[in-house]
Design a protein around this ligand. Sequence first.
Ligand code: ASP
Ligand code: MG
Length: 456
Amino acid sequence: MNKIVAKFGGSNLKKKEDIQKLVRVIKAYDKPMVIVVSAFYGITNHLIKSMVEVKKDESHIETLVHFLRQLKAEAIEENFESKEWQDKTMKAVESRIRELSRYLTGIHYIGDVPEFVEDVILSYGERLSSLVLAAILQSQGIDAEEALPEDMPLLTDGEFGNATVDYDKAAPHVQERLKENKIYVVPGFYGVSENGKVTLLGRGGSDYSAAAIARCLGAESLDVWKDVDGFMSANPKLVPSAKRVTQLSYAEAAELSYFGASILHPRTVEPLKEVGIPIHIGNIDAFDGIIEPRTVVQATETVTEQIIKSVTYSDDFCILKLRGAGVGLKKGVLAKITVALDRAGINIKSVITSQVVINLLLSAKDIKKAFDIVEKLELSAVTELTATEQLSTIAVVGEGILDQPGVAGRMFMALAQKEINVRMIVSGASVVASYFMVANTDRDAAIEAIHQEFFD
Ligand code: ASP
Ligand code: MG
């Protein structure tokens, strides 16, 4: 039987006592496996802030070192019985924090953060987690070992800040490094380029690193542990009657993740889909000694009676509208725009076109910059350029949504009855999702209306 890869995220590492829950789960598996860990809750954000401060003021290095040392000392005190293990682990932590502070000193003196240094610095949140967790497991007599991505190496395409793992190239190395029958603890969030540089896998990327490792190992499953009950038919904070979704196809999980369901990183499905490795989502707060997934994501595509499995949302959408009688006819308009936006590092979330309008769906943080860039292009086919305020995108997801007559009708009828104005509709681009945009203020009512129509 192949190994299981289990991932524990920042939400499993909020308080110092959380680690005990994690250890209990690992013990319940009772077999060799690979554990991928994130940084403690909020630490990556803290490192980002410190990096900016350190550039200007050296004293921030000491502040950060002190903060991390304190945080780890508390976790160590809480989680080790013997003084000997405590001292030994603290010494290893100190030495890792010293490595980090050397990078910080470097950026202070050059007054800049080169991207390859930024990626190394931000990987330290995860490195501190894996070091401490491996030591805790060892101290409890478990055959555990920390394994760093650079020692495999977990090879990526080399893009800083947002790399993609090269599964084929990395697989033999990962298999070789993790081949023994023990528990390996791997820091998530980064891999390394062919020339040995640390490359981050994007914010929230530990899920994706765990998925990439699972792919390289041909794992039995990827088990992602959360502190909530897996995927739900809607956010239970908005819809109290929301139900747990026990099963999703890869496509459904990917759409839901992309449109804001914060259960999985949107890229988690990517490495696993092709090879059919299932994702099991566990809830650490509901753990009662038995390893049992709350949601299973796998290749099977099931059409349920309701058709719709979940409705989710993202508030981070703005539309850049390019109007002109000829935009649909003239060649090269989109090419010029996409190249220019790509050069500026702006991600286009979606493009929706008609013969007379091109709509670019962008993140709120990019809209102003994108507007300026497109305006400067002075495209002759474009007679009017406008940017909308921030809108909410609501995604309605379920296998069969396109094949079953009447689903869209019911959706928009339900919205109309609540007098919700729909600003844009996209259907057909994905076979498992329809999405539409509404004003932020209509978002909650729209979700409630859709959920009620299909579930109640
Ligand atoms: N610690 C990283 C982040 O906050 C990766 C992760 O949590 O998955 O982005
Ligand atoms: Mg995370």
